[in-house]
Design a protein around this ligand. Structure first.
Ligand code: 4NP
Length: 160
């Protein structure tokens, strides 16, 4: 079982979108039983407010026929570092924030999602840009590249 935690600032726009896009991607490829997929925030304010997914994220997932469930923001905790195999951040600020919460990445588990692609970059925050479409396609690109990286590296077999 490969445990993946997607992380962004608020856990209401990008990381839950990535959670449900990647979940659907592995389901479609018959790999669902190989993965546990979740998401979390680096900030605690949305957890305190019990905030659900942003309307823009919901609408984008609906438009692309990506199934999703009710999701409420929760902040990443130090114990998540030991539990998850991959902690996939949306941007470089997330990486710094994650490290300030979980400590030094001794096991090299923390990565920026688009660093698995040929154009390493941040995924812009649609909370500020309002562009959920761009976020969606960046996330699809990143998730496809991550899955390919796992396959090429034979990690799917190793974790059987
Ligand atoms: P996310 O976007 O990190 O992609 O979930 C944000 C959501 C909420 C806030 C900031 C960014 N906020 O300030 O509440």
């Amino acid at each position: 079982m490969i445990k993946v935690l997607f992380v962004c600032l608020g856990n209401i726009c990008r990381s839950p979108m990535a959670q449900f896009v990647f979940k659907y991607m592995v389901e479609e490829r018959g790999l669902a039983d190989k993965f546990e997929i979740e998401s979390a925030a680096t900030e605690s304010y949305n957890e305190i407010c019990h905030a659900g997914m942003h309307h823009g994220t919901r609408e984008m997932l609906k438009a692309m026929h990506v199934p999703f469930e009710e999701h409420y923001s929760r902040r990443i905790r130090p114990v998540d570092y030991a539990y998850y195999d991959y902690i996939l951040a949306m941007d470089e600020h997330n990486i710094e924030d994650i490290q300030s919460i979980v400590g030094i990445d001794v096991d090299n588990k923390i990565h920026r999602l688009l660093d698995f692609t040929e154009q390493p970059r941040n995924i812009k925050d649609p909370w500020y840009t309002g562009n959920f479409d761009e976020t969606y396609w960046d996330i699809v690109t990143g998730c496809e590249a991550f899955l390919k990286w796992l396959k090429v590296g034979n990690y799917l077999k190793i974790w059987d």
